[in-house]
Design a protein around this ligand. Sequence first.
Ligand code: GMT
Length: 380
Amino acid sequence: MKIGIVCYPTYGGSGVVATELGLGLARKGHEIHFITYRRPVRLAHFDANVFYHEVDSEDYPLFEYPPYDTALASKIVDVVQYSNLDILHVHYAIPHAAVAYMAKKILLTQGRYLPVVTTLHGTDITLVGNNRAFAPVVEFSINKSDGVTAVSQNLKDDTLRLFDIQRDIRVVYNFIDFERFRKTNKEHFKKIIAPEGERILAHTSNFRKVKRVEDVVLIFKQVHEKVPSKLLMIGDGPERQNVERLARDLGLSKEVRFLGKQDAIEELLAICDLFLIPSENESFGLAALEAMACEVPVISSNSGGLPEVNIHGVTGFMSCPGHVDEMAQYAIQLLNDEEMLQKFRTNALAQAKRFDIENILPHYEAYYEEVLDRSAAKVE
Ligand code: GMT
């Protein structure tokens, strides 16, 4: 198949999923065309089946907001025409699903039907659920997509609850590539971070409010009082300054290391004992899955799709968002019990295997085939 993929190319979970999906499909022989404003972070190497089309939106003094949507729609039309795409897969509803609809309408005037699959990733639904400024367009463009997928059952349920959706939504979970995410021996590295054999906890995110990053430091404070430990804070975003200040105010600056954005997250996860993800809302929690694939148990909130990934009392523990004391108690219990920790490590890996890219990719391929079959006779 010739598949176009539209996504955010930066360090977000949706961009990572879109890029890894494209690369995985390319390995299986499909021709993949990424259409974005910047080369996706994980698209670092040459691949004969992968093409990258950059959206160049014109800057003009009249435009206070550069019209990216218009430029993207034009680029999609161009790529579909000249690369002869079979299907377009857009990741993150805003604005990609609406832009795809515009491109589809333009192509129809040329007698060509472009089937569009939209994947909902989380904040495109849960944020707009609270922001009516986007809602009518999101609802309309989901209904106009030829296929819609959501990354968890919980996100599907939220979408159906928050919008008037007239089409079926298929759940296709986030996935993990075990070629990359697996526990490797990084003892030398561990000695640098934790020279006295301290336990290592980690958090990775884009440091937005929804991640409750302050809770990570507050949980760690309690853990550190009972268990010799270090905390790695990986990623960057709007809350980073506040959280760095909090760590300093709590006297933890030597124990908490802010590493910023990192490419080789798996090398950091390889030395960790526990992963913290106390999000207010999390449609799936790809970061938790990445940790579990590296045999790191997870203390998470029970929001959104996290219970579909982290199994309470098996691969980690869960509490309601904001229940910092309870999360800290769970963390202390696990870190103080070597036998339990080892069992949870094994369980985390076994659960992560359910989301192996090799298992999930065929679901997308089958769904594309279904959508193509349904669209074959369509001219409108
Ligand atoms: O985690 C983020 O805030 C980034 C966001 C994105 O769309 O880039 O991630 C969302 O999509 C990921 C991939 O499908 C999911 O694993 C994350 O759980 C989801 N984030 C939220 O729902 C907050």
